[in-house]
Design a protein around this ligand. Structure first.
Ligand code: UDP
Ligand code: MG
Length: 339
């Protein structure tokens, strides 16, 4: 196979993270291919197999063998949705890169709308889901609370944005320069800027299979949304400390004044209240500090974001490799795939 200059030839890249989606993959592929064929442009579909343990890997390899548009990046284990999407962005070569989930919750049928907005000159076309059928109430509530917390604490509003978006190649290149470990792609997409616009859609329930997100992963994402994008919690901690200290000083003065009059509550009650209050505050502040220190630790290790076991369908000009903290150029270098 001869090496082709992928950057010039491919108009659309579709990146699809896949984790144990054997029941939906073939349908999804057919639906996407139908929509995309109608666009009448060159394209590639980059599936990122995020360490699936079911037959997803076999299905993807088979698709790559029969359809030259299909490319597969196989990660060495499950790295999580956000990193799988990141790998997709690293490997995509299209002028516009569209990310969507394999479970058909991001209906391929609205892709032409995204493309139209891109042709209008928008470099980031994100989608906002109006309703999600079949998501349990508890999860919806937790999701909403998480968004609210993110907005209140860090001032970033990400309400109901999905990881279903179109990015111009320029925006993709900008996104590749951000290599932080605890990833929250939506937040990063906001952060890189460019001309943004939104398209609304109705999200159906999953075509089959189960949601792969655990509550813990959702909480992790919310944490990344807050602590990776804002120093406000640290300032809040300082403010809280200040308020407590002022309160303690005022209380101390009042107690000293009231003491001779015999109006002061017993010493035990005083000590207990002050100790409990201060300890509580200390731990809150330590916890907030810990979030940041932990993140510094993760970043300081400088590990790659993900490891690729093998790729299929890219021909000779395979792009990066291992999700290293890397400049954009090094993504264009040859493959570093562990055999
Ligand atoms: N996914 C992934 N790695 C994971 C979890 C999920 O690549 O560890 C993929 C999954 O196959 C799907 C997309 O990410 O294509 C969204 O996952 P899911 O549908 O489970 O999330 P939800 O829609 O419930 O938020
Ligand atoms: Mg889903």
């Amino acid at each position: 196979m001869t090496a082709v200059n992928l950057n010039e030839e491919i108009t659309f890249s579709f990146i699809v993270p896949v984790y144990n989606e054997q029941d939906v993959l073939e349908d999804f592929y057919r639906r996407l291919a139908t929509v995309v064929d109608r666009l009448g442009e060159t394209y590639e579909i980059v599936f990122v197999d995020d360490g699936s343990q079911d037959r997803s890997g076999d299905i993807l390899r088979q698709l790559a063998r029969t359809d030259s548009h299909v490319k597969v990046v196989e990660l060495s284990r499950n790295f999580g949705h956000q990193l799988a999407v990141t790998a997709g962005y690293d490997f995509a070569a299209g002028q516009a890169v569209i990310s969507l989930d394999a479970d058909c919750q991001h209906p391929p049928e609205i892709i032409p709308q995204l493309v139209n907005r891109w042709r209008d000159g928008y470099e980031v076309v994100y989608t906002v889901r109006k309703t999600t059928a079949g998501v349990p109430l508890l999860r919806r509530r937790i999701g909403r609370l998480a968004y609210l917390a993110i907005r209140l604490i860090s001032g970033v509003d990400l309400t109901d944005q999905a990881d279903f978006r179109l990015l111009d190649q320029k925006a993709v290149r900008a996104l590749r320069t951000t290599r932080e470990q605890a990833r929250f792609v939506r937040g990063l997409v906001r952060w890189i800027g460019f001309r943004h616009t939104a398209v609304e859609y109705e999200a159906p329930s999953r075509a089959a299979g189960q949601s792969k997100y655990t509550l813990r992963q959702l909480a992790g994402m919310a944490g990344a949304g807050v602590f990776n994008f804002s120093l406000r919690p640290l300032r809040l901690a300082a403010v809280l400390g200040g308020v407590m200290l002022t309160g303690a000083v005022v209380y101390g003065v009042v107690a000293i004044v009231l003491w001779p009059l015999g109006l002061c509550p017993g010493a035990w009650a005083n000590v207990t209240a002050v100790v409990a209050g201060l300890f509580g505050l200390q731990f809150v502040i330590l916890g907030i500090l810990g979030e940041y220190v932990g993140r510094i630790f993760e970043e300081a290790k400088g590990r790659p974001l993900y490891i690729v076991r093998q790729t299929m369908g890219f021909g000779k000009t395979q792009r990066d490799t291992q999700g290293h903290r890397a400049t954009d150029e090094s993504h264009q270098r040859g493959p570093k795939v562990f055999a």
